[in-house]
Design a protein around this ligand. Structure first.
Ligand SMILES: Cc1ncc(COP(=O)(O)O)c(C=O)c1O
Length: 461
């Protein structure tokens, strides 16, 4: 079964395109016709045949060099092998007796990551389902830490302090929306998220941040946490975490680094300095399913002080007895929001060991250099606008012919099997390349640019 499935996957890929270009209504009809739950099972052979005929042709091929809309990467082959092992053994990370080797390997990878990102040995970490979960874990830890320090309130046991509606979190106006979601889930609502303006390079304006803090404290609010985006979703811009650290220290605040995107730079000998200041934060989100090219899902939250993750610690007689730990059986559920949890750390282990620092360095440098190549090419071209020079591997740009033309260009490319991104900057519709695929060549970039211009000019006529 596994061999036949692999053959079907390989056979499904006949050209270089990222997508079949099928219309959504037609695809919905085809998928609907597959049915839901038959009375009698059809048998694997038939199911694989149906899957091969109806589903696989219209899957998005992340490995295609014509795929560049999102922080959604092609995956390293060794990590596909890891997924097979993960699925076969189906280890769960909540308790030692559900994954002895898995638990020990995750712990070992976490301690390696602490060192890699410049955190002390007293730190800790945990794998999560993605950047959003890593961010919310950090914000919960920040809130509990602050409430204990400021109000002597143990939120885990006693709930929120009466001042909770005055707590404020600070992040840039272009930060990821998981901050707003986290604030809602934490019971403080979107109103508690203060959006700091960004400068011309899309980085937090530190002066504006300082002014907001002064005004908010004067108004009786409680700034408890700030989030430095180290690799913003659209622009790849990297906030000045060092400057933010100074302000956070002055105001007794927690500082989290959302390095979901930019964390990959740590592997680059050339660009790692760009995110070195993440080590000054109290916690860091690291996503392996973005620049590190691993299958979804794979992320980690790292904290500088292991006490911070204790906000998730809780014991149950059926799962993680206190005496287990005394006897050396570590139960990782005590560090996590989730109970049952995947053994994603295996992917990190297998990829790190396969590639080494040098192999990974080349992958990351290629992504960053491709973005630079593309930016330099269009920045000189009067038919394009490219407002922000990339620090990472994303470039936001537009044709000068206006919003409607730009939107149509993306749709036409999609129907041709080339998938690029779309966003908005300063009220204008923009296009976006998110360049994660190390196999992308300058020649291929030139071809896509030429096609974009061609479509744009024909629409603008
Ligand atoms: C900067 C940033 N933070 C967090 C996230 C959320 O990550 P995930 O989609 O893995 O939940 C993203 C996703 O693109 C992101 O770009």
């Amino acid at each position: 079964m596994i061999r036949e499935t692999l053959t079907a996957v390989l056979d499904s890929y006949s050209d270089g395109s990222a997508f079949s270009g099928i219309d959504p209504y037609e695809l919905r009809e085809k998928i609907g016709a597959l049915g839901f739950l038959p009375e009698e099972g059809k048998g694997f052979e038939q199911v694989l045949k149906d899957t091969e005929e109806v589903i696989l042709p219209h899957m998005l091929r992340t490995w295609s060099t014509s795929y560049m809309p999102h922080l959604h990467s092609p995956v390293l082959t060794e990590t596909i092998c890891s997924e097979l092992i993960i699925a076969c053994f189906n280890s769960s990370m909540d308790s030692w007796d559900q994954g002895p080797a898995a638990t020990e390997l995750e712990e070992s990878m976490v301690f390696g990551l602490l060192e890699l990102f410049g955190f002390p040995k007293e730190g800790d970490g945990c794998f999560t389902s993605g950047g959003s979960q890593s961010n919310i874990s950090a914000i919960i830890a920040a809130r509990d830490w602050y409430c204990m320090r400021k109000f002597g309130q143990d939120v885990k046991k006693d709930g929120l302090p009466k001042e909770y509606s005055k707590l404020r979190i600070y992040t840039s106006e272009i930060s990821h929306f998981s901050m707003d979601k986290a604030s809602h889930i934490l019971g403080m609502g979107y109103q508690a998220v203060r959006k700091i303006p960004v400068d011309s390079k899309c980085r937090i304006d530190l002066k504006a941040f300082e002014r907001m803090l002064e005004e908010d404290v004067k108004a009786g609010l409680y700034p408890y946490c700030a989030v430095a985006t180290m690799g913003s979703t659209d622009f790849g811009s990297i906030d000045d975490a060092r400057g933010m650290r100074e302000l956070c220290d002055r105001y007794g605040m927690y500082l989290h680094a959302d390095a979901a995107y930019g964390s990959g730079l740590i592997m680059s000998p050339t660009y790692r300095d760009r995110i070195a200041a993440a080590s000054l934060c109290d916690s860091i989100t690291v996503d392996f399913h973005k620049m590190f090219l691993m299958p979804i899902s794979c992320s980690a939250i790292l904290v500088r002080d292991k006490e911070l993750l204790k906000c998730f610690e809780l014991h149950a007689d059926y799962l993680n007895r206190e005496e287990d730990e005394e006897d050396g059986y570590i139960n990782l559920v005590g560090k996590s929001m989730q109970t049952t949890r995947r053994f994603d750390a295996l992917k990190v282990y297998m990829a790190f060991q396969t590639r080494g620092v040098n192999g990974y360095g080349r992958i990351i440098d290629t992504a960053v250099e491709n973005a630079s190549y593309f930016y330099n090419k269009i920045a000189k071209d009067p038919e394009f606008i490219a407002p922000v020079e990339p620090e990472l591997s994303s470039v936001v740009f537009a044709l000068v012919h206006g919003d409607e033309v730009n939107k149509k260009v993306r749709r036409i490319l999609l129907s041709e099997g080339t998938v690029i991104g779309q966003t908005v900057k300063d009220g204008r519709v923009m296009l976006k390349f998110t360049l994660l695929n190390p196999n992308l060549t300058h020649g291929q970039i030139d071809v896509i640019v030429a096609r974009i211009k061609e479509i744009g000019n024909s629409l603008a006529e």
